[in-house]
Ligand binder design. Structure first.
Ligand code: ITT
Length: 182
C-alpha cells in the first residue's frame, strides 16, 4: 500500500530531490519537497554532517524528513573532495577536478540518506565505485559529466538508467526497506 504524502525531502538541490522522488516512487513511497539551505557544519566526516543536517531539517519543519549528503572521493587525491564536494564543485568545477588528475582515476560516490522524526534519527549509507573520465561527457548536473560508474563506459550524464544504479539509488533502497517495515 502506498504511504500518503508524509515524508519530506529537505535540500537546496532540485536535482537531488527529483532523482530521490523518482527512485522512491519505484518503491511505492511518495516524497514531498521543501527547498531549504540547511546547516552544513565544517567536518571531515560526512556522517557527522548528515546527522546535523537532518536534525536541523526536522527542527525547522517539525515533520518526518529525509536529507541527503553526498561526496565524491578520489583515490589519488586522498579522498578529496569528499565532504567538500559541494564547495569544490562551486569553486573549481569539473574542469578544475580534471586538471588535478593524472593516471590513477579511481573514485567513489557516497550517499548518506538520513531520516529524522520526533523519536528516530537514522542514516543509510551507500557507495558506488567508478573512475573519473578524461574529459566531460554528456549533459548532466554536478559531477555527472565526469563520473563513470564501474562496469560502464558512459558517464552518469550519458546514461539513461542512472537512477537504477547510482549511490543515491543504493542508499534509498536501504532506507525504503527499513521505512516500509518500521
Ligand atoms: P543540500 O542542500 O541537500 O546539502 P548540496 O547540493 O549542497 O545540497 P551535497 O552537499 O550533499 O548537496 O552534495 C555535494 C555535491 O556533490 C553536490 O553539490 C553535487 O555537486 C555533487 N553531487 C551529489 N550527488 C551527485 C550526483 O548524483 N551527480 C552529480 N553530482 C552529484
Amino acid at each position: 500500500m502506498q504511504k500518503s504524502f508524509d515524508l519530506i525531502f529537505v535540500s537546496s538541490n532540485d536535482h537531488k530531490y527529483l532523482e530521490a522522488k523518482n527512485i522512491l516512487e519505484s518503491f511505492g513511497i511518495k516524497l514531498g519537497f521543501l527547498k531549504s539551505d540547511l546547516e552544513e557544519i565544517q567536518s571531515s566526516s560526512l556522517e557527522e554532517i548528515a546527522l546535523r543536517k537532518a536534525k536541523d531539517a526536522f527542527s525547522k519543519f517539525k515533520k518526518p524528513v529525509i536529507t541527503e549528503d553526498d561526496g565524491l572521493f578520489i583515490n589519488s587525491l586522498g579522498g578529496f573532495p569528499g565532504p567538500y564536494s559541494s564547495y569544490v564543485f562551486k569553486t573549481i568545477g569539473n574542469d578544475g577536478v580534471l586538471n588535478l588528475l593524472r593516471n590513477n582515476r579511481k573514485a567513489k560516490f557516497v550517499s548518506i540518506i538520513t531520516y529524522c522524526d520526533k523519536t528516530i534519527l537514522q542514516s543509510f549509507n551507500a557507495k558506488l565505485d567508478g573512475i573519473i573520465s578524461k574529459s566531460q561527457k554528456g549533459k548532466g548536473w554536478g559531477y555527472d559529466p565526469i563520473f563513470i560508474p564501474k562496469n560502464s563506459k558512459k558517464t552518469f550524464a550519458e546514461m539513461d538508467d542512472k537512477n537504477k544504479l547510482s549511490h543515491r539509488y543504493k542508499a534509498l533502497k536501504k532506507f525504503s526497506n527499513w521505512y516500509l517495515h518500521k
